[in-house]
Design a protein around this ligand. Structure first.
Ligand SMILES: *Cc1c(COP(=O)(O)O)cnc(C)c1O
Length: 383
């Protein structure tokens, strides 16, 4: 286990970095230019132009992201939603059917509800842990299978290994949103997923200061994703690419501290008499604990819970915490706390999320000292 972790930490620092660096620089420079006379990477005959993602800073980031997910290729996008929507567009055409297995991030659910029909895509929403349901949903025109490593905000872990196998057996392109896990916790290509998407706005960048996304996969599949991305023009800006590449250097350290904090907070809350229910796959009582323990290295930075006393108690707890910001994102160095049902962002999905009650609180652990986070919860619950 520690051997595996060490290798990832090293990869986070060195993966995809040219040696020696330009002019001997340890840090890859920012190429802000929109256009170049020749292909500076000497690859593939692609025109070096900013919207095509072929500016040297964009190429550099894409090599680093591919290395971290253990993929042949990566394409960086202007946001996590651009990653998910371009991955879906690369796999689905008019008349095709999608099996969507998950509770789904609000933006993804909203995209399917508002745009799939107009694009001529049919889809069925199914339980990510129920292979019989996937089989019942399968149609002759099914082309893709979409799932999430850890569902939001219900914090379930579906049958990920089974999903990749199912998709492969039926000739479907398997797509997974790995935002909640990060490649520190789980690397979906190792179990056979075709396309891995991230909102790099979250833990990959980790500093809550850019919007970005990524899709990784084989050279052939990423070529198709890149072709959609270039046409729609949702490429990542080179300055954001530089910041994301810098954020990735500390990914392993940050995520391991976040995982440790999330586990400690989950255990503290599970033992507190003013908390009714905690959802975190690191707790042995979680319904998916065995899957997570077998497949994951750490259990992620996000947990959700329900205090005794319903929505009012939930609201008062969110207000009483002094360290965590009451904000709806996740994966940053600062802890964040939110009530998804009351928060327009997550509640925006017209698809009702099973298990999303108005007393549910979601906590995204930052990298603060564990003792300080626990002390903060203790004071907030004592009020
Ligand atoms: C935030 C998020 C997205 C969307 O990412 P943006 O960068 O906001 O576009 C997609 N999936 C998950 C799981 C997310 O948390």
């Amino acid at each position: 286990m520690s051997d595996k972790r060490n290798r990832f930490e090293t990869l986070a620092v060195h993966g995809g970095e040219p040696r020696p660096g330009a002019d001997g620089s340890v840090v890859f420079p920012i190429y802000q230019g929109t256009v170049f006379e020749a292909d500076p990477a000497g690859a593939g005959g692609d025109v070096p132009y900013i919207r095509l993602g072929t500016n040297p800073s964009q190429r550099h980031l894409q090599r680093r992201l591919a290395a971290l997910e253990g993929a042949e290729a990566a394409v960086a996008t202007g946001s996590g939603m651009a990653a998910i929507t371009t991955a879906l567009h690369s796999a689905l055409g008019a008349g095709d059917h999608l099996i969507a297995a998950g509770a789904f991030y609000g933006g993804t659910g909203q995209f399917l509800a508002e745009h799939a029909e107009r694009l001529g895509w049919a889809y069925d929403l199914v339980d990510p842990g129920d292979e019989d349901a996937w089989r019942r949903a399968l149609r002759p025109d099914t082309k893709a299978f979409l799932t999430e490593t850890i569902t939001n905000p219900t914090i379930r872990v579906g049958d990920l290994v089974g999903a990749a196998r199912f998709a492969r057996a039926h000739g479907l392109t398997s797509i997974i949103d790995n935002t909640f896990a990060t490649p520190v916790v789980f690397r979906p290509h190792t179990v056979g997923f075709d396309l891995v998407c991230h909102s790099a706005t979250k833990a990959l960048n980790g500093h809550s200061d850019i919007a970005a996304g990524v899709v990784t996969g084989s050279g052939e599949l990423i070529g198709r994703v890149a072709s959609v991305l270039r046409a729609y023009g949702c490429t990542l800006d080179p300055h954001a690419a530089f910041l994301l590449s810098r954020g990735l250097k500390t990914l392993a350290l940050r995520v391991r501290q976040q995982n440790a904090n999330a586990l400690a907070v989950a255990e503290f809350l599970a033992g507190h008499d003013r908390i009714a229910h905690v959802r975190y796959p690191g707790l042995t009582g979680h319904p998916d604990h065995r899957r997570a323990a077998e497949w994951f290295d750490g259990f992620g930075s996000v947990l959700s819970f329900q205090p005794v006393g319903g929505a009012e108690a939930a609201e008062s707890l969110v207000k009483s915490l002094r360290l965590a910001y009451a904000a709806s994102s996740l994966g940053g160095v600062e802890s964040l706390v939110t009530r998804p049902a009351a928060d327009g962002h997550d509640a925006s999905a017209p698809v009702a999320t099973p298990g999303l009650s108005d007393d549910l609180v979601r906590f995204s652990a930052g990298i603060e000292a564990t003792e300080d986070l626990i002390a903060d919860f203790a004071q907030a619950l004592a009020d």
